[in-house]
Design a protein around this ligand. Structure first.
Ligand code: H79
Length: 455
């Protein structure tokens, strides 16, 4: 028994003097404490709004009078639209109903703490002012004004962290060649033009940082073979130099494993957090920062015909499920070409907001559940004044009014309903408690019980 104890002590002692693993590997030179400070707001936030907005909102999922299968923002690829034809959409993009203050308000009222908007999607069209191309909202559309800067300003006013999405794959830039025969359309770089495109990206990112000052850079479209992990490190270092506190997702490099989104384990890949897409990991992952991005219907960019909306119950339970596993929920809206967030999205976000109004204490700044699995729902936990509080989110209300909570990590001190504060009696029972609940569930979607431990 002696040797392992010494070994553990040695590892602990060393971890105090050595910088983190990431710092050793070269792509990130900060210490663990510096990294924790940089990631703090993002880890506490737990809930953000994704916005996919661009020229694809004009066709809204249909081309030549026919509905095009697949996600709306991919229509240029799915309908195999030539660049010069697709470009004409810019002439029809005039979002006169755009109200950035209202968008920020919708996010805030839903309980979202940050917002990530497309600055450029795979189609290459830019929603911000930049002299690097004429293919941007200022130069190419009747609207003629930067769309992101006023939103960034509104977000700052309303206490929402403003963040931007940026696609590495670009179907419009002349350095890239669309390979239409492939479903996911990985582009090739035209002979000798990679450096030109890398410079283009850097100049655009610089414009974006100068005009909008985003807190997160959310890359995507990193999978074409011409783009390498080394390129990702170069972009990452460039951004951290321009803005040391910026947070960058793992799609800046080549680490992510498909739609699971978490990094492959074979090397230390660049990026600050993992990006599961349209899925929630089965369990939490100790020490890994991750964010699940998900749609509210079946598309990211607006599609007029997509009415397959998830229920408010599903959205709220997804948020809880993700928080219980230590992740963030980035929930998408796809505004119309006129500049409106679709009403079904607004209604559902308002419902999430009502739940958050009463229960957000169990979400913001909460840590992953101490339990492996509970048949009745999901849990989160926090340290408050040096003691642990566990938040039990009850999805399935027990018919007998008894909520079994086995395997408590400490002695219980008391329990109450988080909304309203009604005290609940509890019985200690083999290593856990059984909590007596009211006969009727106060919130059919998720009732939260705050369970305090003595330490
Ligand atoms: O912006 C939204 C979508 O347009 C974009 N990501 C979200 C956030 C996106 N969704 N799906 N796709 C892109 C399709 C890409 C799928 C794949 Fe792959 C690319 C399959 C194979 C190559 C991803 C990367 C999975 C494996 C590698």
């Amino acid at each position: 028994m002696r040797l392992p104890v010494i070994a553990v002590a040695l590892v602990l002692a060393l971890s105090l003097v050595l910088p983190s693993r990431a710092a050793e590997s070269g792509w990130n030179r900060e210490t663990k404490a510096e990294r924790n400070a940089r990631m703090e707001w993002w880890r506490d936030a737990r809930f953000g709004m994704f916005i996919h907005w661009g020229l694809y909102a004009v066709p809204a999922g249909a081309w030549n009078g026919k509905e095009v299968p697949g996600i709306g923002e991919w229509i240029m690829n799915s309908a195999n639209i030539p660049v010069d034809e697709y470009e004409k959409l810019a002439g029809k993009f005039n979002p006169v109903k755009y109200d950035p203050a209202q968008w920020a308000r919708i996010a805030k009222d839903a309980g979202m703490k940050y917002l990530v908007i497309t600055s450029k999607h795979h189609d290459g069209f830019c929603l911000f002012a930049t002299d690097t191309t004429k293919y941007d909202v200022v130069d190419a559309t009747p609207y003629g004004e930067d769309l992101l800067k006023p939103l960034a300003e509104e977000c700052r006013k309303q206490g929402i962290k403003f963040c931007t999405y940026y696609s590495i794959m670009d179907w419009h830039h002349p350095a890239q060649d669309r390979a239409n025969e492939k479903q996911y359309n990985p582009t090739r770089i035209r002979e000798g033009r990679k450096q030109q495109y890398m410079t283009y990206m850097k100049e655009q990112l610089k414009d974006l940082l100068e005009s909008c000052n985003p807190e997160v850079l959310w890359f995507d479209g990193e999978w074409p073979d011409w783009y390498t992990e080394q390129d990702g490190r170069e972009i990452y270092a460039y951004l951290r130099e321009l803005k040391p506190e910026i947070i960058v997702n793992n799609r800046v490099g080549k680490g992510r494993q498909g739609m699971e989104g978490l990094n492959k384990a074979d090397q230390d890949y660049v990026g600050d957090f993992g990006t599961p897409e349209q899925q929630i990991p089965a369990t939490g992952l100790a020490g890994v920062d991750w964010e699940s991005c998900m749609t509210m219907n079946d598309t990211w960019g607006y599609k007029g015909q997509d009415r397959n909306w998830k229920s408010a119950e599903t959205l709220i339970r997804n948020l809880i499920d993700i928080a219980s596993k230590g992740g963030n929920y980035l929930l998408n809206v796809g505004p119309t070409a006129e500049g409106e967030i679709p009403a079904p999205s607004v209604e559902r976000l308002a419902a999430v907001g009502r739940w958050m109004q009463a229960n957000s204490e169990s979400i913001y700044g909460a840590q992953a559940s101490p339990f492996e699995k509970s048949p009745w729902g999901r849990s989160t936990q926090k340290r408050i004044d040096g003691k642990t509080r566990i938040y039990l989110h009850v999805f399935e209300w027990p018919k007998d009014g008894k909520l079994p909570v086995p395997g408590l990590p400490g002695a219980p001190a008391g329990a109450r309903l988080l909304a309203g504060g009604k005290a609940l009696s509890l019985t200690v029972q083999d290593g856990g408690v059984v909590i007596a609940l009211p006969s009727e569930s106060p919130d059919k979607i998720a009732t939260v019980v705050a369970l305090d431990l003595q330490r």
